[in-house]
Design a protein around this ligand. Structure first.
Ligand SMILES: Cc1cc2nc3c(=O)[nH]c(=O)nc-3n(C[C@H](O)[C@H](O)[C@H](O)COP(=O)(O)O)c2cc1C
Length: 219
């Protein structure tokens, strides 16, 4: 009895403890998408999201950071075209919205990062979320049951408001929002300054661990 038990233990040890193998749709693995709403490449939001991505990847969650700075996403024009089309698309076709929206639909966790601009999320961030939310709700809600959460960075003030602002998207879209040991906010103005905010980085790392834990529970 002792030796077979040991054999089982050895086999179990070879499986990474936190590895998430399949999602509820039977796909290969639970995926996370991290959307960076800063127009500035290699800035503080991107740094924070990459910290979260690294953590998620180490926990076996394939994760991708999409930079809105590299894409053009026009704002919602309230044409109601998505409600007429009813085919899961937005009527605006001449920008990069649909390639990002497709990734949002495929992801099991959507983390949206934005710098604070005049106390609010950037127009790049809200432009994407307005269209994604409207197309989704016109088509039966693509985001239902997915994990969603904000990450926010600013020089001095406005993080809490912007964090709350982004929460409205996740909670109206029937999503599940994990927390951390603090809100997902950090300080920094110039590129890279956010790495000096040790508590902010710890909060994001812990948050990413919670996302991985939650994904595992949702498999
Ligand atoms: C147009 C603009 C508005 C800003 N408004 C605020 C603000 O309201 N509060 C604040 O603390 N920082 C504000 N900032 C500073 C940015 O939030 C800060 O530099 C942040 O780190 C930028 O993130 P990024 O490096 O990811 O682009 C503003 C910056 C810009 C360019």
């Amino acid at each position: 009895m002792i030796f077979p038990m040991k054999g089982i233990e050895i086999v179990l040890c070879l499986i990474p403890r936190y590895y998430i193998e399949t999602n509820s749709k039977g796909e290969d693995s639970m995926k996370a998408l991290l959307i960076c709403g800063s127009p500035r490449k290699e800035g503080n939001t991107e740094i924070l999201l990459n910290k979260a991505r690294e953590r998620l990847v180490n926990r076996g969650v394939p994760s991708e950071v999409v930079l809105l700075a590299e894409h053009t996403v026009k704002p919602c024009i309230a044409c109601e075209g998505c409600k007429k089309l009813m085919d899961g698309t937005c009527s605006i076709k001449d920008d990069d919205f649909h390639s990002i929206f497709e990734k949002m639909r495929e992801a099991d966790a959507i983390i949206v990062g934005s710098p604070v601009y005049f106390g609010c999320a950037t127009s790049q961030t809200t432009g994407l979320l307005h269209r994604a939310g409207y197309v989704s709700s016109a088509n039966g809600n693509f985001f239902k049951g997915k994990i969603g959460a904000p990450v926010v960075v600013a020089r001095r003030a406005g993080q809490n408001f912007t964090y709350a602002q982004l929460q409205f998207f996740f909670t109206i879209n029937d999503m599940i929002v994990p927390g951390s040991t603090y809100w997902n906010v950090a300080f920094g103005r110039k590129k890279g300054e956010v790495t000096d905010d040790k508590e902010g980085i710890e909060t994001i790392n812990h948050f990413a661990d919670n996302v991985a834990d939650l994904l595992q529970k949702l498999v």
